[in-house]
Design a protein around this ligand. Structure first.
Ligand SMILES: *[C@@H]1O[C@H](CO)[C@@H](O)[C@H](O)[C@H]1NC(C)=O
Length: 424
C-alpha cells in the first residue's frame, strides 16, 4: 500500500524546496532529504494537483467484475496453468484477521477460494508469489509464498510479520501449508519473489513501522529500506519459522521498497520504490546461498507505483511483440491517509492509474528505449484502489486477429478484482 502525507510533511517539503532550489542556492542541498531535491517531481508523483479521470469502456462486455474477491492486494498470473492467484481478506468485515488465497480462471472469470490445509493461525495477507514446482511437469503444482502480518504475540497493535509457504496441486481446491519463515531481517515485509522453492527475496517497505516517522520517510525520499534474500535449508519438517533460514541483504538502500516481481527472464527482477514512482529492472546474481540484485534500468512514472508485473506475449511474432511491464499506482497518493483511515462505509473512493511500458527494439542491448503509456485510469468507482495489475493474452483467433488481452487489476481496499479488455 502506498502511504501517507500530512501537513507537517508539507512544511518540511516547502523548507526543502527553499534549501534545495538551485536558484535560491543556500549551499545546504546536502542536508535536504533526497526525495525533496526535486520537489516538482515529488508533487507530481503524489498527485497533489491531479484530478481523477476514468477510461471510457464502450462495450460493457469488456469490463468484468469477479465475484468473491474482496480486498485482494496482490495478483499473479501463472502461465503454465493459465490461472491467476490472489491473496484476499475475504469479506470487508474480516480484513486484518483471516485472509485467504483465491484462484481465478481467466476463461470463466470465476474465483475459487483455496482451502488451507494444516494452517489455522491468523492470516493477514499482503504480497504473494507463485512458482511452478521445478520437479513436476509445468502446470501440475505450484508453491505459493505469502507475507503474513501476524499480530505481535506480546505488543498489542504491532505486527510480527513472517512468510508462509503453501503447496498447491493445480485445480485441487486446496493449498497445504509447508512452513512459516522468519528472520530478524524480515521487519516490514511487503512483497516476495521466489527464485526457487528455497531461495526467496522479500522487500521491507519501511524503516519506521508506524507513526509520523513512517509518513516522513515516505515523503522525504530517504533510502531507508531494501530487499533481503532468504536461503532455506529445508522446506519440510522445519522445527520453527527460524529453522534453517539464512538471510542476507540483496539490495539496499532503497526508498519505500514495496512491490517486487518477476521480469522477462529467470534472473530478471522488478523492484519498486513506491512513493518515488520508480520501477527498477535488475538482475539477480546468486552464489553460495546468497543472492544480490543489480539494477540495470530505472523507469520513472508520474504516480506512485505498487506491485509490478511483466507480461510475456505468447502470440508474439517477428513483427509484433506485445510484451510489456505493468506498473499500477494511485492517482492521488496525497489523499491516501485520509482515505484509508476514514470510516470504510463512507470513505471517498481511491482513484487509480495503471501504466504499461514496452521495451522498444534497438540495436543496443545495454541502452534500451522505453515507451510508456497510461493503460487504464479510474476515479475509484469501478476499481477502488490498486496494488497489482497483470495482463493475460487473448488468442487472436477469438478476436478476428486483433491483439488483445484481459487486464486484471485489484487493490488493497477494492471490492473486487476487475478485468478490462485492452489492446496490447
Ligand atoms: C504478426 O502479428 C501482427 C499482429 O497480429 C500481424 O499484423 C502481422 O502480420 C504478424 N506478422 C507475421 C510475420 O506473421
Amino acid at each position: 500500500m502506498a502511504s501517507v502525507i500530512r501537513p507537517v510533511a508539507f512544511v518540511i517539503a516547502v523548507l526543502a524546496f527553499l534549501f534545495a532550489n538551485p536558484v535560491i542556492d543556500l549551499g545546504l542541498t546536502e542536508y535536504v532529504p533526497p526525495g525533496l531535491r526535486n520537489l516538482p517531481r515529488t508533487l507530481k508523483v503524489l498527485g497533489v494537483f491531479r484530478r481523477a479521470t476514468s477510461t471510457a469502456i464502450v462495450d460493457p462486455a469488456e469490463f468484468v467484475v469477479i465475484k468473491d474477491t474482496v480486498h485482494c492486494e496482490d495478483l499473479h498470473y501463472h502461465e503454465a496453468s493459465n490461472l491467476l492467484f490472489t491473496a484476499c481478506e475475504g469479506t470487508e468485515a474480516t480484513r486484518f484477521s483471516r485472509g485467504s488465497l483465491h484462484v481465478i480462471d481467466p476463461e470463466t472469470m470465476k474465483a475459487q477460494k483455496l482451502e488451507l490445509v494444516g494452517f489455522d493461525g491468523p492470516f493477514v495477507t499482503h504480497g504473494i508469489d507463485v512458482i511452478s514446482d521445478p520437479v513436476r511437469s509445468a502446470g501440475e503444482a505450484v508453491y505459493i509464498f505469502a507475507i503474513n502480518h501476524l499480530p505481535h504475540p506480546d505488543v498489542h497493535g504491532q505486527t510480527h510479520s513472517q512468510l508462509e509457504i503453501f503447496y498447491h496441486e493445480i485445480r485441487s481446491g486446496s493449498a497445504r501449508h509447508i512452513r512459516s519463515v522468519w528472520d530478524p531481517a524480515i521487519t516490514t515485509p511487503n512483497d516476495v519473489v521466489a527464485l526457487s522453492p528455497t531461495s526467496v527475496l522479500v522487500t521491507n517497505d519501511h524503516y519506521h513501522a508506524t507513526g509520523r516517522w513512517r509518513e516522513f520517510e515516505d515523503v522525504s525520499g530517504h533510502k531507508w529500506t531494501g530487499t533481503v534474500h532468504l536461503q532455506l535449508a529445508r522446506l519440510d519438517g522445519a522445527a520453527s519459522a527460524q529453522d534453517g533460514v539464512m538471510a542476507s541483504v540483496a539490495l539496499a538502500p532503497m526508498h519505500n521498497n514495496n512491490g517486487i516481481g518477476h521480469g522477462r527472464s529467470r534472473d530478471e527482477v522488478l523492484v519498486v520504490e513506491c512513493v518515488s514512482g520508480v520501477l527498477n529492472i535488475g538482475h539477480v546474481e546468486e552464489k553460495t546461498g546468497k543472492a544480490t540484485i543489480k539494477i540495470d534500468h530505472s523507469l520513472f512514472y508520474d504516480s506512485t507505483i505498487d506491485n509490478p508485473s511483466f507480461f510475456r506475449d505468447p502470440y508474439s511474432n517477428s513483427t509484433f511483440d506485445g510484451s510489456a511491464y505493468l506498473a499500477p499506482g494511485l492517482t492521488r497518493a496525497v489523499d491516501i491517509h485520509a482515505s484509508v483511515t476514514h470510516d470504510p462505509a463512507t470513505r471517498p473512493p481511491i482513484p487509480v492509474m495503471i501504466w504499461r511500458t514496452k521495451r522498444v527494439p534497438t540495436s543496443s542491448a545495454d541502452k534500451p528505449e522505453w515507451k510508456t503509456e497510461l493503460l487504464f485510469e479510474d476515479d475509484g468507482t469501478r476499481l477502488d484502489s490498486v496494488a497489482a495489475a497483470v495482463q493475460v493474452a487473448i488468442d487472436p483467433a477469438q478476436e478476428d486477429g486483433r491483439r488483445r488481452a484481459w487486464l486484471f487489476a485489484t487493490g488493497f481496499v477494492s471490492r473486487n478484482v476487475v478485468a478490462i479488455k485492452v489492446d496490447i
